[in-house]
Write a protein that binds this ligand. Structure first.
Ligand code: UT7
Length: 321
């Protein structure tokens, strides 16, 4: 059995429908300047009517398979990080197993909000290293536009839809060096769907996303810092050795705080939040794919990624490309 895992292909998809801040001003009590100043966001992509999470995930998956140069029949595991699946069940992963024409392989979703891709990659990495699978399709895909309430301006302006995918496989060479996954459910009330009410209770704001923005911001900066420290320490890697930071894209100010902590310059940080807003579980694989495809991230380089989201959940990933 091969001892390591590597990412051998990536892909992403963003819906063609773009909403600029000026478009948002028409439906929400906000100003474009406020959004840019406080978040760095200039625009976001929203699904068309009838376009769902599995549709976006399928395109991202096909692009990742193409870049890996393998067929869907070679997959033996699919994991999708999503908090906005098309259905309660079946999972997005099961839908993809059928649509991509895979064998009857293991396929399931992981609900870890914005940390969904790093959670999914961590679980896939462990399963491949344990010999339970050889080649896995790992996706982060979200249709957050479904949950936006334009009356809640501090949350509504932040999100967009999209999907990103990676193919990982067993390898003789190290690639995915480690993943670090955490949760703290005691802080579940600062970021949630359904106004914090369980689905079995009467809903006043069914299927709407809400958050206590400043609390989420503070927790995000703290947990990003901790998990990056943990990742560097456990791998015995100095921050100077990191070539690229591929962070979750929630707010440019959070990204800059993490960048400052790592002492990295702007040219070492992949930023998409200005063009994509926060795609929740999809931000990390979208950013990774963009920077690999445009040649910024090169083979052999060391990449650190970290994400933070509802749950609360947070995690980090160290990768030799
Ligand atoms: O993916 C993981 C989850 N998400 C995050 O990590 C996001 C974390 N939080 C944030 O990014 C920021 O907290 C926000 C962007 C959500 C808010 O920024 P802030 O600088 O923390 O603003 P605030 O909530 O403290 O509000 C400041 C002011 C308030 O006005 P007053 O009370 O000072 O008059 C708000 O009413 O900004 C006002 N405000 C807005 N104004 C225009 C809040 N949202 C908006 C808006 N447009 N969309």
């Amino acid at each position: 059995m091969k001892p390591y895992t590597r990412i051998i292909g990536t892909g992403h998809y963003l819906p063609s429908n773009v909403l600029t801040n000026e478009d948002v001003e028409k439906v929400c009590d906000t100003k474009s300047d406020w959004i840019v100043e406080r978040t760095g966001i200039e625009q976001r992509h929203f699904c068309e009517d009838g376009e769902g999470t599995s549709d976006m995930a399928e395109v991202a998956a096909r692009r990742a398979l193409e870049s890996a140069g393998i067929s869907a029949e070679e997959l033996d595991l699919i994991i999708v990080g999503t908090s906005s699946p098309d259905y309660g069940s079946p999972s997005v992963a099961a839908i993809l197993q059928d649509r991509l024409g895979c064998k009857t392989i293991c396929a399931f979703d992981i609900s870890a909000a914005c940390t969904g891709f790093i959670y999914s990659l961590g679980v896939a990495d462990s399963m491949v290293k344990a010999g339970a699978a050889k080649t896995a399709l790992v996706i982060g895909a979200e249709r957050i536009s479904t949950y936006i309430d334009w009356e809640e301006r501090n949350t509504a302006v932040l999100f967009g839809d999209g999907a990103g995918a990676a193919i990982i496989t067993a390898s003789d060479e190290p690639g995915i060096l480690s993943t670090h996954l955490h949760a703290d459910g005691s802080k579940k009330d600062i970021l949630f769907l359904n106004n914090g009410k369980p689905v079995y209770e009467p809903q006043d704001r069914a299927n709407k996303v809400s958050m206590v923005g400043p609390d989420v911001f503070k927790n995000a900066v703290k947990r990003f810092s901790e998990v990056i420290d943990q990742c560097l320490t456990e791998n015995n890697v100095a921050k100077e050795d990191i070539d690229w930071l591929v962070p979750h894209q929630a707010n440019l100010r959070i990204i800059q705080a993490v960048q400052k902590k790592l002492g990295m310059n702007d040219e070492q940080v992949v930023v998409t939040v200005n063009k994509t807003a926060n795609n929740s579980a999809a931000t990390v694989p979208i950013a990774l794919d963009l920077a690999i495809r445009d040649g910024r991230i090169k083979p052999g380089q060391l990449v650190i990624s970290a994400a933070f989201g509802a749950g609360l959940t947070w995690g980090a990933l160290l990768l030799r490309v």
